[in-house]
Design a protein around this ligand. Structure first.
Ligand SMILES: [Zn+2]
Length: 592
Protein backbone atom coordinates (compact mmCIF):
# COMPACT_ATOMS: atom_id res chain seq x y z
CA UNK A 1 0.00 0.00 0.00
CA UNK A 2 2.83 2.39 0.86
CA UNK A 3 6.30 1.96 -0.50
CA UNK A 4 9.14 0.77 1.68
CA UNK A 5 10.85 4.07 1.04
CA UNK A 6 7.96 6.16 2.31
CA UNK A 7 7.62 4.01 5.40
CA UNK A 8 11.30 4.37 6.16
CA UNK A 9 11.28 8.11 5.67
CA UNK A 10 8.33 8.48 8.01
CA UNK A 11 9.98 6.31 10.64
CA UNK A 12 13.21 8.25 10.37
CA UNK A 13 11.25 11.45 10.88
CA UNK A 14 9.62 10.30 14.12
CA UNK A 15 11.30 9.98 17.48
CA UNK A 16 9.72 6.98 19.17
CA UNK A 17 10.53 8.30 22.65
CA UNK A 18 8.78 11.51 21.77
CA UNK A 19 5.77 9.68 20.36
CA UNK A 20 5.40 7.32 23.29
CA UNK A 21 5.95 10.12 25.82
CA UNK A 22 2.70 11.61 24.60
CA UNK A 23 0.85 8.95 26.58
CA UNK A 24 3.41 7.16 28.76
CA UNK A 25 5.75 8.85 31.17
CA UNK A 26 9.20 7.46 30.43
CA UNK A 27 12.38 7.37 32.47
CA UNK A 28 15.82 6.83 30.98
CA UNK A 29 17.79 3.77 32.10
CA UNK A 30 20.93 2.96 30.17
CA UNK A 31 20.18 2.83 26.48
CA UNK A 32 16.47 2.40 27.03
CA UNK A 33 13.58 4.40 28.35
CA UNK A 34 11.08 2.62 30.56
CA UNK A 35 7.59 3.35 31.84
CA UNK A 36 4.33 1.74 32.90
CA UNK A 37 2.88 -0.26 30.04
CA UNK A 38 -0.19 1.37 28.50
CA UNK A 39 -1.37 -2.01 27.25
CA UNK A 40 -1.59 -3.91 30.50
CA UNK A 41 -2.05 -3.00 34.14
CA UNK A 42 1.24 -3.00 36.04
CA UNK A 43 2.87 -1.37 39.05
CA UNK A 44 6.52 -1.66 38.08
CA UNK A 45 7.60 -0.44 34.65
CA UNK A 46 8.35 -3.14 32.09
CA UNK A 47 7.43 -1.15 29.01
CA UNK A 48 10.71 -0.43 27.28
CA UNK A 49 11.55 1.90 24.42
CA UNK A 50 14.83 1.76 22.58
CA UNK A 51 15.50 5.03 20.73
CA UNK A 52 18.45 3.71 18.71
CA UNK A 53 16.46 0.91 17.19
CA UNK A 54 13.17 2.83 17.25
CA UNK A 55 11.44 -0.15 18.86
CA UNK A 56 9.25 -0.62 21.91
CA UNK A 57 8.63 -3.81 23.83
CA UNK A 58 6.85 -4.72 27.03
CA UNK A 59 8.53 -7.46 29.06
CA UNK A 60 5.30 -7.83 30.99
CA UNK A 61 2.70 -8.55 28.35
CA UNK A 62 4.94 -9.17 25.35
CA UNK A 63 3.66 -6.48 23.00
CA UNK A 64 6.18 -4.77 20.83
CA UNK A 65 6.87 -3.07 17.54
CA UNK A 66 7.77 0.17 15.84
CA UNK A 67 6.17 3.61 15.82
CA UNK A 68 3.35 2.49 13.52
CA UNK A 69 2.53 -0.45 15.72
CA UNK A 70 2.47 1.78 18.76
CA UNK A 71 -0.06 4.09 17.18
CA UNK A 72 -2.17 1.19 15.91
CA UNK A 73 -2.35 -0.22 19.42
CA UNK A 74 -2.64 3.05 21.28
CA UNK A 75 -5.28 4.69 19.17
CA UNK A 76 -6.94 1.63 17.69
CA UNK A 77 -6.06 2.82 14.19
CA UNK A 78 -5.52 0.57 11.20
CA UNK A 79 -2.08 0.54 9.64
CA UNK A 80 -2.80 2.93 6.73
CA UNK A 81 -4.32 5.47 9.10
CA UNK A 82 -1.33 5.19 11.42
CA UNK A 83 0.95 5.81 8.42
CA UNK A 84 -1.08 8.86 7.39
CA UNK A 85 -1.02 10.29 10.89
CA UNK A 86 2.70 9.80 11.35
CA UNK A 87 3.43 11.05 7.84
CA UNK A 88 1.92 14.39 8.68
CA UNK A 89 3.77 14.46 12.00
CA UNK A 90 7.05 13.67 10.25
CA UNK A 91 6.29 16.09 7.43
CA UNK A 92 6.50 13.37 4.79
CA UNK A 93 4.17 13.83 1.81
CA UNK A 94 2.35 10.63 0.83
CA UNK A 95 2.23 9.83 -2.89
CA UNK A 96 -1.25 9.88 -4.31
CA UNK A 97 -0.90 8.67 -7.87
CA UNK A 98 0.34 5.09 -7.77
CA UNK A 99 -2.01 2.29 -8.74
CA UNK A 100 -2.01 0.74 -5.30
CA UNK A 101 -3.10 4.03 -3.88
CA UNK A 102 -5.88 3.99 -6.47
CA UNK A 103 -7.24 0.71 -5.12
CA UNK A 104 -6.76 1.91 -1.59
CA UNK A 105 -8.62 5.07 -2.45
CA UNK A 106 -11.54 3.18 -3.98
CA UNK A 107 -11.97 1.09 -0.83
CA UNK A 108 -11.70 4.12 1.39
CA UNK A 109 -14.16 6.04 -0.81
CA UNK A 110 -16.69 3.26 -0.41
CA UNK A 111 -16.04 3.18 3.30
CA UNK A 112 -16.67 6.90 3.51
CA UNK A 113 -19.88 6.52 1.54
CA UNK A 114 -21.11 3.71 3.77
CA UNK A 115 -20.27 5.74 6.87
CA UNK A 116 -22.28 8.64 5.49
CA UNK A 117 -25.25 6.39 4.79
CA UNK A 118 -25.09 4.92 8.29
CA UNK A 119 -24.89 8.41 9.77
CA UNK A 120 -27.94 9.48 7.76
CA UNK A 121 -29.82 6.39 8.93
CA UNK A 122 -28.87 7.19 12.51
CA UNK A 123 -30.31 10.71 12.17
CA UNK A 124 -33.47 9.20 10.73
CA UNK A 125 -33.87 6.79 13.66
CA UNK A 126 -33.11 9.51 16.20
CA UNK A 127 -35.66 11.78 14.58
CA UNK A 128 -38.27 9.02 14.80
CA UNK A 129 -37.58 8.52 18.52
CA UNK A 130 -37.94 12.24 19.22
CA UNK A 131 -41.03 12.58 16.98
CA UNK A 132 -44.72 11.88 17.70
CA UNK A 133 -44.45 8.24 16.60
CA UNK A 134 -41.67 7.66 19.10
CA UNK A 135 -43.77 8.19 22.23
CA UNK A 136 -44.17 4.46 22.87
CA UNK A 137 -40.44 3.86 22.47
CA UNK A 138 -39.62 6.81 24.72
CA UNK A 139 -41.97 5.47 27.37
CA UNK A 140 -40.30 2.08 27.11
CA UNK A 141 -36.84 3.56 27.58
CA UNK A 142 -38.04 5.60 30.52
CA UNK A 143 -39.56 2.51 32.10
CA UNK A 144 -36.19 0.76 31.67
CA UNK A 145 -34.52 3.64 33.48
CA UNK A 146 -32.64 5.10 30.51
CA UNK A 147 -32.11 8.79 31.17
CA UNK A 148 -32.59 11.58 28.62
CA UNK A 149 -28.88 12.25 28.62
CA UNK A 150 -28.06 8.57 28.04
CA UNK A 151 -30.43 8.61 25.06
CA UNK A 152 -28.36 11.48 23.69
CA UNK A 153 -24.97 10.07 24.66
CA UNK A 154 -25.67 6.77 22.99
CA UNK A 155 -27.61 8.35 20.10
CA UNK A 156 -30.52 5.98 20.60
CA UNK A 157 -33.22 5.88 17.94
CA UNK A 158 -36.40 4.17 16.93
CA UNK A 159 -37.38 2.21 13.83
CA UNK A 160 -41.11 2.54 13.17
CA UNK A 161 -43.14 -0.56 12.37
CA UNK A 162 -43.25 0.30 8.65
CA UNK A 163 -41.61 -1.75 5.87
CA UNK A 164 -39.83 0.89 3.85
CA UNK A 165 -39.61 4.13 5.84
CA UNK A 166 -35.82 4.21 5.92
CA UNK A 167 -35.52 2.91 2.38
CA UNK A 168 -37.69 5.72 1.00
CA UNK A 169 -35.95 8.33 3.14
CA UNK A 170 -32.45 7.41 2.01
CA UNK A 171 -33.42 6.92 -1.63
CA UNK A 172 -34.89 10.40 -1.43
CA UNK A 173 -31.42 11.54 -0.43
CA UNK A 174 -30.01 9.98 -3.58
CA UNK A 175 -28.56 6.75 -2.12
CA UNK A 176 -28.75 3.59 -4.22
CA UNK A 177 -30.44 0.40 -3.00
CA UNK A 178 -27.19 -1.36 -3.75
CA UNK A 179 -25.26 0.65 -1.20
CA UNK A 180 -28.07 0.54 1.33
CA UNK A 181 -28.00 -3.23 1.14
CA UNK A 182 -24.22 -3.18 1.48
CA UNK A 183 -24.60 -1.04 4.59
CA UNK A 184 -26.89 -3.73 6.02
CA UNK A 185 -29.90 -1.43 6.27
CA UNK A 186 -32.24 -3.13 3.82
CA UNK A 187 -32.95 -6.73 2.87
CA UNK A 188 -33.85 -8.00 -0.63
CA UNK A 189 -37.43 -9.23 -0.93
CA UNK A 190 -37.68 -12.97 -1.38
CA UNK A 191 -39.63 -12.36 -4.59
CA UNK A 192 -36.31 -11.03 -5.90
CA UNK A 193 -37.73 -7.61 -6.67
CA UNK A 194 -36.94 -4.68 -4.46
CA UNK A 195 -35.96 -4.38 -0.80
CA UNK A 196 -37.46 -3.71 2.60
CA UNK A 197 -36.13 -2.21 5.86
CA UNK A 198 -34.15 -4.56 8.07
CA UNK A 199 -35.07 -2.77 11.30
CA UNK A 200 -38.75 -2.39 12.08
CA UNK A 201 -40.52 -1.59 15.33
CA UNK A 202 -37.37 -1.68 17.42
CA UNK A 203 -35.29 0.58 19.64
CA UNK A 204 -32.15 1.33 17.65
CA UNK A 205 -28.71 1.27 19.23
CA UNK A 206 -25.96 2.66 17.01
CA UNK A 207 -22.83 0.52 17.19
CA UNK A 208 -19.54 2.40 17.00
CA UNK A 209 -15.99 1.42 16.14
CA UNK A 210 -13.06 2.26 18.41
CA UNK A 211 -12.79 5.75 16.98
CA UNK A 212 -16.46 6.43 17.60
CA UNK A 213 -17.74 6.15 14.02
CA UNK A 214 -21.17 4.59 13.80
CA UNK A 215 -20.69 1.45 11.70
CA UNK A 216 -23.79 -0.65 12.36
CA UNK A 217 -27.00 -0.86 14.35
CA UNK A 218 -28.52 -3.13 16.91
CA UNK A 219 -32.26 -3.30 17.28
CA UNK A 220 -34.10 -4.49 20.37
CA UNK A 221 -37.78 -5.29 20.62
CA UNK A 222 -39.91 -3.55 23.24
CA UNK A 223 -42.03 -6.59 24.05
CA UNK A 224 -41.51 -10.34 24.13
CA UNK A 225 -41.29 -10.63 20.34
CA UNK A 226 -38.47 -12.58 18.77
CA UNK A 227 -35.72 -12.17 17.94
CA UNK A 228 -35.06 -10.02 20.96
CA UNK A 229 -31.92 -8.58 19.36
CA UNK A 230 -31.39 -7.94 15.69
CA UNK A 231 -28.06 -6.59 14.49
CA UNK A 232 -26.67 -5.35 11.22
CA UNK A 233 -25.19 -8.21 9.20
CA UNK A 234 -21.47 -8.35 8.48
CA UNK A 235 -20.62 -5.42 6.24
CA UNK A 236 -17.39 -3.84 4.97
CA UNK A 237 -17.61 -1.66 8.09
CA UNK A 238 -18.74 -4.15 10.68
CA UNK A 239 -17.72 -7.57 11.90
CA UNK A 240 -19.66 -8.85 14.89
CA UNK A 241 -16.91 -11.08 16.22
CA UNK A 242 -14.59 -8.22 17.05
CA UNK A 243 -16.82 -5.27 17.80
CA UNK A 244 -18.09 -4.70 21.31
CA UNK A 245 -20.87 -2.30 22.14
CA UNK A 246 -19.66 0.70 24.11
CA UNK A 247 -15.93 0.01 23.74
CA UNK A 248 -15.32 3.41 22.13
CA UNK A 249 -16.46 4.95 25.43
CA UNK A 250 -15.11 2.25 27.75
CA UNK A 251 -11.60 1.81 26.38
CA UNK A 252 -9.97 4.56 28.45
CA UNK A 253 -11.56 3.47 31.73
CA UNK A 254 -10.80 -0.16 30.94
CA UNK A 255 -7.16 0.72 30.49
CA UNK A 256 -7.06 2.83 33.62
CA UNK A 257 -8.78 0.24 35.80
CA UNK A 258 -7.04 -2.71 34.22
CA UNK A 259 -10.20 -4.61 33.36
CA UNK A 260 -13.48 -4.54 31.47
CA UNK A 261 -16.93 -5.57 32.62
CA UNK A 262 -18.76 -7.59 30.01
CA UNK A 263 -22.52 -7.57 29.95
CA UNK A 264 -24.92 -9.06 27.48
CA UNK A 265 -27.37 -6.41 26.34
CA UNK A 266 -27.23 -2.84 25.09
CA UNK A 267 -29.44 -1.63 27.91
CA UNK A 268 -27.13 -3.27 30.42
CA UNK A 269 -24.13 -1.49 28.97
CA UNK A 270 -25.96 1.83 28.92
CA UNK A 271 -27.15 1.38 32.51
CA UNK A 272 -23.57 0.73 33.57
CA UNK A 273 -22.28 3.91 31.97
CA UNK A 274 -25.22 5.90 33.24
CA UNK A 275 -24.37 4.80 36.78
CA UNK A 276 -20.69 5.54 36.43
CA UNK A 277 -19.51 2.00 35.66
CA UNK A 278 -17.58 3.25 32.68
CA UNK A 279 -15.50 0.21 31.83
CA UNK A 280 -18.52 -1.83 30.72
CA UNK A 281 -19.03 -3.19 27.21
CA UNK A 282 -21.63 -5.52 25.76
CA UNK A 283 -21.33 -8.42 23.40
CA UNK A 284 -23.97 -7.88 20.77
CA UNK A 285 -26.28 -10.71 21.75
CA UNK A 286 -23.54 -13.20 20.79
CA UNK A 287 -21.07 -15.21 22.82
CA UNK A 288 -17.76 -13.63 23.68
CA UNK A 289 -15.24 -14.65 21.01
CA UNK A 290 -11.48 -14.77 20.86
CA UNK A 291 -11.74 -11.83 18.46
CA UNK A 292 -13.44 -9.76 21.15
CA UNK A 293 -10.76 -10.63 23.65
CA UNK A 294 -8.05 -9.72 21.18
CA UNK A 295 -9.51 -6.24 20.87
CA UNK A 296 -9.96 -5.85 24.63
CA UNK A 297 -6.44 -7.08 25.31
CA UNK A 298 -5.06 -3.96 23.72
CA UNK A 299 -6.35 -2.03 26.68
CA UNK A 300 -6.48 -4.37 29.68
CA UNK A 301 -5.51 -7.86 30.75
CA UNK A 302 -8.64 -8.87 32.56
CA UNK A 303 -12.39 -9.12 32.03
CA UNK A 304 -15.21 -9.71 34.44
CA UNK A 305 -18.10 -11.48 32.81
CA UNK A 306 -21.56 -10.95 34.23
CA UNK A 307 -23.61 -14.00 33.42
CA UNK A 308 -27.15 -15.14 33.92
CA UNK A 309 -27.21 -17.73 36.73
CA UNK A 310 -30.09 -19.76 35.27
CA UNK A 311 -29.13 -23.20 33.92
CA UNK A 312 -28.99 -21.94 30.34
CA UNK A 313 -26.73 -19.05 31.31
CA UNK A 314 -24.39 -21.33 33.26
CA UNK A 315 -24.19 -23.72 30.32
CA UNK A 316 -23.49 -20.86 27.93
CA UNK A 317 -20.70 -19.58 30.17
CA UNK A 318 -19.09 -23.01 30.31
CA UNK A 319 -19.54 -23.44 26.55
CA UNK A 320 -17.66 -20.18 26.01
CA UNK A 321 -14.76 -21.54 28.03
CA UNK A 322 -12.50 -22.40 25.10
CA UNK A 323 -12.51 -18.92 23.64
CA UNK A 324 -12.05 -17.43 27.09
CA UNK A 325 -9.28 -19.77 28.18
CA UNK A 326 -7.33 -19.22 25.01
CA UNK A 327 -7.95 -15.51 24.64
CA UNK A 328 -4.91 -14.71 26.73
CA UNK A 329 -6.78 -12.71 29.35
CA UNK A 330 -7.66 -13.23 32.97
CA UNK A 331 -11.35 -14.00 33.12
CA UNK A 332 -13.53 -13.70 36.19
CA UNK A 333 -17.23 -14.40 36.28
CA UNK A 334 -20.00 -13.22 38.54
CA UNK A 335 -23.77 -13.26 38.56
CA UNK A 336 -26.02 -10.71 40.19
CA UNK A 337 -28.29 -11.66 43.13
CA UNK A 338 -31.54 -13.35 42.08
CA UNK A 339 -30.33 -13.41 38.52
CA UNK A 340 -31.12 -9.75 37.89
CA UNK A 341 -29.86 -8.01 34.78
CA UNK A 342 -27.23 -5.35 35.34
CA UNK A 343 -29.64 -2.63 34.26
CA UNK A 344 -32.39 -3.73 36.67
CA UNK A 345 -29.88 -4.15 39.46
CA UNK A 346 -28.17 -0.79 38.92
CA UNK A 347 -31.48 1.04 38.67
CA UNK A 348 -32.68 -0.48 41.93
CA UNK A 349 -29.52 -0.68 44.03
CA UNK A 350 -27.03 1.71 42.46
CA UNK A 351 -23.30 1.58 41.81
CA UNK A 352 -22.16 0.95 45.37
CA UNK A 353 -23.87 -2.41 45.66
CA UNK A 354 -22.93 -3.27 42.10
CA UNK A 355 -19.25 -2.73 42.92
CA UNK A 356 -19.71 -4.93 45.96
CA UNK A 357 -21.06 -7.77 43.85
CA UNK A 358 -18.20 -7.39 41.39
CA UNK A 359 -15.75 -7.93 44.24
CA UNK A 360 -17.24 -11.39 44.72
CA UNK A 361 -16.38 -12.45 41.17
CA UNK A 362 -14.45 -15.71 40.87
CA UNK A 363 -11.91 -17.00 38.40
CA UNK A 364 -13.54 -18.72 35.45
CA UNK A 365 -11.73 -21.96 36.28
CA UNK A 366 -13.01 -21.91 39.85
CA UNK A 367 -16.48 -21.40 38.48
CA UNK A 368 -16.10 -24.37 36.15
CA UNK A 369 -14.70 -26.34 39.07
CA UNK A 370 -17.70 -25.71 41.27
CA UNK A 371 -20.12 -26.34 38.42
CA UNK A 372 -18.49 -29.59 37.27
CA UNK A 373 -17.67 -31.08 40.62
CA UNK A 374 -20.71 -31.31 42.77
CA UNK A 375 -19.81 -34.56 44.51
CA UNK A 376 -17.35 -35.37 47.25
CA UNK A 377 -14.84 -38.01 48.39
CA UNK A 378 -17.48 -40.48 49.55
CA UNK A 379 -19.21 -40.83 46.19
CA UNK A 380 -18.57 -44.05 44.26
CA UNK A 381 -15.10 -44.12 42.73
CA UNK A 382 -16.30 -44.41 39.13
CA UNK A 383 -18.40 -41.27 39.51
CA UNK A 384 -15.50 -39.41 41.05
CA UNK A 385 -13.22 -40.43 38.23
CA UNK A 386 -15.80 -39.41 35.65
CA UNK A 387 -16.26 -35.88 36.94
CA UNK A 388 -12.53 -35.53 37.50
CA UNK A 389 -11.92 -36.46 33.87
CA UNK A 390 -14.51 -33.99 32.71
CA UNK A 391 -12.89 -31.22 34.69
CA UNK A 392 -9.43 -32.12 33.47
CA UNK A 393 -10.63 -31.61 29.91
CA UNK A 394 -11.06 -27.93 30.86
CA UNK A 395 -7.83 -27.71 32.80
CA UNK A 396 -5.87 -28.95 29.80
CA UNK A 397 -7.02 -26.01 27.73
CA UNK A 398 -5.26 -23.58 30.00
CA UNK A 399 -1.87 -22.88 28.51
CA UNK A 400 -0.17 -22.25 31.86
CA UNK A 401 1.23 -25.37 33.46
CA UNK A 402 1.29 -23.91 36.97
CA UNK A 403 -2.39 -23.21 36.79
CA UNK A 404 -2.98 -26.72 35.43
CA UNK A 405 -1.10 -28.19 38.35
CA UNK A 406 -2.96 -26.11 40.86
CA UNK A 407 -6.34 -27.34 39.68
CA UNK A 408 -5.26 -30.94 39.30
CA UNK A 409 -4.18 -30.86 42.90
CA UNK A 410 -7.42 -29.22 43.91
CA UNK A 411 -9.53 -31.90 42.26
CA UNK A 412 -7.44 -34.74 43.65
CA UNK A 413 -7.88 -33.32 47.15
CA UNK A 414 -11.57 -32.75 46.77
CA UNK A 415 -12.37 -36.17 45.37
CA UNK A 416 -9.65 -38.15 47.16
CA UNK A 417 -8.27 -39.81 44.05
CA UNK A 418 -4.85 -41.44 43.76
CA UNK A 419 -2.62 -38.61 42.62
CA UNK A 420 0.09 -40.44 40.70
CA UNK A 421 -2.23 -42.60 38.67
CA UNK A 422 -4.64 -39.82 37.94
CA UNK A 423 -1.98 -37.38 36.84
CA UNK A 424 -0.43 -39.93 34.57
CA UNK A 425 -3.72 -40.79 32.97
CA UNK A 426 -5.02 -37.25 32.72
CA UNK A 427 -1.94 -35.98 30.98
CA UNK A 428 -0.86 -38.94 28.93
CA UNK A 429 -1.21 -36.92 25.74
CA UNK A 430 -0.25 -33.59 27.22
CA UNK A 431 2.95 -31.87 26.29
CA UNK A 432 3.13 -30.07 29.64
CA UNK A 433 3.09 -33.25 31.71
CA UNK A 434 6.71 -33.13 32.75
CA UNK A 435 6.72 -29.57 34.01
CA UNK A 436 7.24 -29.14 37.70
CA UNK A 437 5.08 -26.95 39.85
CA UNK A 438 6.04 -23.98 41.93
CA UNK A 439 8.23 -22.18 39.41
CA UNK A 440 7.25 -19.00 37.65
CA UNK A 441 6.31 -20.04 34.10
CA UNK A 442 8.66 -18.69 31.48
CA UNK A 443 7.22 -16.78 28.56
CA UNK A 444 6.82 -19.02 25.51
CA UNK A 445 9.97 -17.78 23.85
CA UNK A 446 12.09 -18.40 26.93
CA UNK A 447 11.36 -22.12 26.81
CA UNK A 448 13.23 -22.44 23.54
CA UNK A 449 16.83 -23.60 23.51
CA UNK A 450 19.08 -21.16 25.31
CA UNK A 451 21.75 -21.04 22.62
CA UNK A 452 19.24 -19.99 19.97
CA UNK A 453 18.11 -17.19 22.24
CA UNK A 454 21.51 -15.82 22.86
CA UNK A 455 22.42 -15.93 19.18
CA UNK A 456 19.33 -14.01 18.22
CA UNK A 457 20.02 -11.44 20.90
CA UNK A 458 23.64 -11.05 19.83
CA UNK A 459 22.68 -10.59 16.20
CA UNK A 460 20.11 -7.91 16.95
CA UNK A 461 22.55 -6.14 19.24
CA UNK A 462 25.47 -6.02 16.90
CA UNK A 463 25.47 -6.03 13.13
CA UNK A 464 29.10 -7.20 12.91
CA UNK A 465 28.37 -10.24 15.01
CA UNK A 466 25.29 -10.95 12.94
CA UNK A 467 27.52 -11.01 9.89
CA UNK A 468 30.02 -13.38 11.40
CA UNK A 469 27.27 -15.68 12.62
CA UNK A 470 25.78 -15.75 9.16
CA UNK A 471 29.04 -17.29 7.94
CA UNK A 472 28.92 -20.00 10.58
CA UNK A 473 25.39 -21.33 10.63
CA UNK A 474 22.42 -21.94 8.38
CA UNK A 475 18.94 -20.87 9.54
CA UNK A 476 17.75 -24.46 9.08
CA UNK A 477 20.02 -25.50 11.92
CA UNK A 478 17.85 -23.64 14.41
CA UNK A 479 15.37 -26.09 15.89
CA UNK A 480 12.63 -23.64 16.61
CA UNK A 481 10.61 -22.64 13.54
CA UNK A 482 10.02 -19.14 14.88
CA UNK A 483 13.72 -18.56 15.52
CA UNK A 484 14.48 -20.02 12.12
CA UNK A 485 12.23 -17.45 10.49
CA UNK A 486 13.75 -14.63 12.51
CA UNK A 487 17.26 -15.68 11.54
CA UNK A 488 16.31 -16.03 7.88
CA UNK A 489 14.97 -12.51 8.00
CA UNK A 490 18.10 -11.13 9.58
CA UNK A 491 20.35 -12.85 7.05
CA UNK A 492 18.20 -11.63 4.18
CA UNK A 493 18.32 -8.06 5.46
CA UNK A 494 22.11 -8.26 5.69
CA UNK A 495 22.29 -9.47 2.12
CA UNK A 496 19.76 -7.12 0.58
CA UNK A 497 20.36 -3.91 2.51
CA UNK A 498 23.92 -4.53 3.55
CA UNK A 499 22.89 -3.49 7.04
CA UNK A 500 20.64 -4.54 9.87
CA UNK A 501 17.88 -2.22 11.03
CA UNK A 502 15.70 -4.09 13.56
CA UNK A 503 12.75 -1.73 13.07
CA UNK A 504 12.76 -2.65 9.40
CA UNK A 505 12.55 -6.34 10.26
CA UNK A 506 9.19 -5.61 11.79
CA UNK A 507 7.72 -4.32 8.59
CA UNK A 508 6.13 -7.41 7.08
CA UNK A 509 6.50 -9.94 9.87
CA UNK A 510 3.61 -11.59 11.64
CA UNK A 511 2.76 -10.74 15.24
CA UNK A 512 4.67 -13.61 16.80
CA UNK A 513 7.83 -12.89 14.85
CA UNK A 514 7.62 -9.17 15.57
CA UNK A 515 7.24 -9.75 19.29
CA UNK A 516 10.33 -11.88 19.27
CA UNK A 517 12.37 -9.33 17.32
CA UNK A 518 11.14 -6.46 19.49
CA UNK A 519 11.92 -8.43 22.65
CA UNK A 520 15.53 -9.02 21.71
CA UNK A 521 16.00 -5.58 20.23
CA UNK A 522 15.37 -3.85 23.52
CA UNK A 523 16.73 -6.53 25.88
CA UNK A 524 19.60 -4.93 27.78
CA UNK A 525 21.89 -7.82 28.71
CA UNK A 526 25.63 -7.31 28.23
CA UNK A 527 28.03 -10.06 27.23
CA UNK A 528 31.69 -10.02 28.25
CA UNK A 529 32.92 -11.39 24.97
CA UNK A 530 30.06 -11.32 22.47
CA UNK A 531 32.06 -12.79 19.58
CA UNK A 532 33.20 -15.73 21.68
CA UNK A 533 29.71 -16.29 23.10
CA UNK A 534 28.33 -16.30 19.57
CA UNK A 535 30.79 -18.95 18.50
CA UNK A 536 30.00 -21.12 21.51
CA UNK A 537 26.30 -20.92 20.83
CA UNK A 538 26.78 -21.88 17.20
CA UNK A 539 28.83 -24.86 18.31
CA UNK A 540 26.21 -25.92 20.81
CA UNK A 541 23.44 -25.74 18.24
CA UNK A 542 25.45 -27.74 15.74
CA UNK A 543 26.32 -30.31 18.35
CA UNK A 544 22.68 -30.79 19.25
CA UNK A 545 21.78 -31.09 15.59
CA UNK A 546 24.34 -33.85 15.21
CA UNK A 547 23.09 -35.64 18.27
CA UNK A 548 19.58 -35.57 16.89
CA UNK A 549 20.71 -36.92 13.55
CA UNK A 550 22.77 -39.64 15.22
CA UNK A 551 19.83 -40.72 17.27
CA UNK A 552 17.59 -40.95 14.23
CA UNK A 553 20.28 -42.84 12.41
CA UNK A 554 20.74 -45.39 15.17
CA UNK A 555 17.04 -46.07 15.10
CA UNK A 556 17.13 -46.64 11.34
CA UNK A 557 20.15 -48.89 11.69
CA UNK A 558 18.35 -51.09 14.19
CA UNK A 559 15.39 -51.30 11.88
CA UNK A 560 17.44 -52.22 8.82
CA UNK A 561 19.43 -54.74 10.81
CA UNK A 562 16.26 -56.46 11.95
CA UNK A 563 15.12 -56.68 8.34
CA UNK A 564 18.47 -58.21 7.34
CA UNK A 565 18.96 -55.56 4.65
CA UNK A 566 22.76 -55.65 4.21
CA UNK A 567 22.98 -53.00 1.48
CA UNK A 568 20.84 -50.58 3.43
CA UNK A 569 22.83 -51.26 6.56
CA UNK A 570 26.15 -50.49 4.92
CA UNK A 571 24.82 -47.24 3.59
CA UNK A 572 23.58 -46.17 6.98
CA UNK A 573 26.82 -47.14 8.69
CA UNK A 574 28.76 -45.05 6.20
CA UNK A 575 26.51 -42.16 6.90
CA UNK A 576 27.03 -42.66 10.60
CA UNK A 577 30.77 -42.57 10.07
CA UNK A 578 30.49 -39.32 8.16
CA UNK A 579 28.38 -37.78 10.86
CA UNK A 580 30.81 -38.85 13.56
CA UNK A 581 33.65 -37.15 11.74
CA UNK A 582 31.52 -34.04 11.32
CA UNK A 583 30.83 -33.98 15.01
CA UNK A 584 34.51 -34.13 15.84
CA UNK A 585 35.05 -31.21 13.54
CA UNK A 586 32.51 -29.19 15.48
CA UNK A 587 34.06 -30.11 18.81
CA UNK A 588 37.54 -29.25 17.59
CA UNK A 589 36.35 -25.89 16.43
CA UNK A 590 34.77 -25.24 19.78
CA UNK A 591 37.94 -25.92 21.75
CA UNK A 592 40.13 -23.75 19.54
ZN1 LIG B 1 2.62 -4.54 28.70
Amino acid sequence: MFSEDVINRIRDGIDIVDLVSGTVSLRKTGKNHVGLCPFHAEKTPSFTVNPDKQIFHCFGCGVGGDVFKFLVMQEGLNFPDAVRQLASRAGVALPVDSRERGIDKKASDERKLLLTIIAEAMDFFRGALAGPDGSGARAYLQKRGVSESAIDDFSLGYAKPEWDGLLRHLKGKGQSEDLLEKAGLIVPRSSGKGHYDRFRNRIIFPIRDLSGNVIAFGGRVMDEALPKYLNSPETPLYSKSNVLYGLDRAKEQGRRQGYFIIVEGYLDAIACHQHGVENAVATLGTALTEGHLRVLRRFAQKVVLIFDPDPAGVKATIRGFDALAQGGMKVNVVSLPDGSDPDTFLNMKGKGEFDGVLKSSVKLMDFVFSETIKIGPISPIDERVDVAREFVSFVKKTPDINIQNYYIKKIIDKLDIDEAIFRQEAFKDNKYRKGSSGKEPLPEQMRRPQAEHILLHLMLKDEEIARSIRDMIHPQEFTDPLFRRAVEKIFRALEQDGRLDPAKLLRDGDEELNRLVAHYSVLDTEYNDPARTGKDCVARIKERGHARKMKALSASIKEVEARGDQVGLRKLLEEQQRLLQGRHAVQDEKTV
